[in-house]
Design a binder for this molecule. Structure first.
Ligand code: 0WE
Length: 261
């Protein structure tokens, strides 16, 4: 049975009740994990208050600001974890950003600044968080990140995010190879498209979801809960032999080659 009791797990990337990270946090809580939650701090404190209200039923024992573009704040996050928990068993990385302009139009028109920021927030951040987590995972651990098929195939308008996800998936493999010696496993979940705050800002997302509902083997999209269950599995001892992998939670969409035939 899936049992995460006694495990301390940090969840990043919750913005609202449709975030995939929220689905993950709920399933980790259901499996008995002790949770730490980070939020993206901003001047108006919008996320701080909203996310705090949302996660209140999960009774996180740590609630911390963590902007991955601020290396000192990343270190403070893990200093707080060291002080409160001593040991960290799991890290859930659900962070991505590309400017709105770089998620449409010609792929090659992306600016140097937008490209760099997207790779920093979406791919480099896994290295920042893993590096800071490593000394707290001396008893072994599990790191899980979220990726998307657009990092492997060309998906219209995914553009710069596709490059960031390709880098992220390769980060998973290099990190898994490095951290395996310490019994830390590193894996990615490649989720199919889901209606979230991030995806609702994307033109054509509804058409893409309808396409998946027509052609995916399961004839539907996946839910945040299904991604959450896979994250809970990967965070558990049931997945003790799995590292460096990209697991597709996409209703089977990724296997298809010819659509509608
Ligand atoms: O990884 C993602 C989206 C992540 C994302 C979303 C936004 C929207 C708002 C990153 N940065 C931003 N920046 C914003 O300003 N997905 C897998 C969802 C997604 O995004 C797409 C998709 C799908 C699916 C973009 C184009 C085409 C398909």
């Amino acid at each position: 049975m899936l049992n995460l009791s006694g495990k301390n797990i940090l969840v990043t990337g919750i913005a609202n009740n449709r975030s995939i990270a929220w689905g993950i946090a709920q399933q980790l809580h259901t499996a008995g994990a002790n949770l730490g939650i980070t939020y993206l701090p901003d001047e108006k404190g919008r996320f701080e208050k909203k996310v705090a209200e949302l996660v209140e039923p999960l009774q996180p024992s740590l609630y911390l600001p963590c902007d991955v573009q601020n290396e000192a704040q990343v270190q403070e996050t893990f200093d707080s974890i060291a002080a409160k928990w001593g040991q960290l068993d799991g890290l859930i990385h659900c962070l991505a950003y590309a400017s709105k302009e770089s998620l449409s139009g010609e792929f090659s028109s992306v600016t140097r600044a937008d490209f760099t920021q997207s790779l920093e927030v979406s791919a480099y951040s896994l290295l920042s968080l893993s590096r800071a987590a490593k000394p707290l995972m001396s008893a072994g651990g599990s790191i899980v990140t979220l990726t998307y098929l657009g990092g492997v195939r060309v998906i219209p308008n995914y553009n710069t995010m596709g490059i960031a996800k390709a880098a992220l998936e390769m980060n998973v493999r290099y990190l898994a190879a490095e951290m395996g010696a310490q019994n830390v496993r590193v894996n990615a979940i490649s989720a199919g498209p889901i209606r979230t705050l991030a995806s609702s800002a994307i033109g054509g997302i509804l058409e893409m979801i309808h396409h998946v509902e027509k052609v995916a083997p399961l004839r539907r999209t996946v839910t945040q809960t299904e991604v959450g269950n896979t994250a809970a599995f990967l965070s558990s001892d049931l997945a003790s032999g799995i590292t460096g992998q990209v697991i597709y939670v996409d209703a089977g969409y990724e296997i298809m080659g010819m659509f509608g035939a």
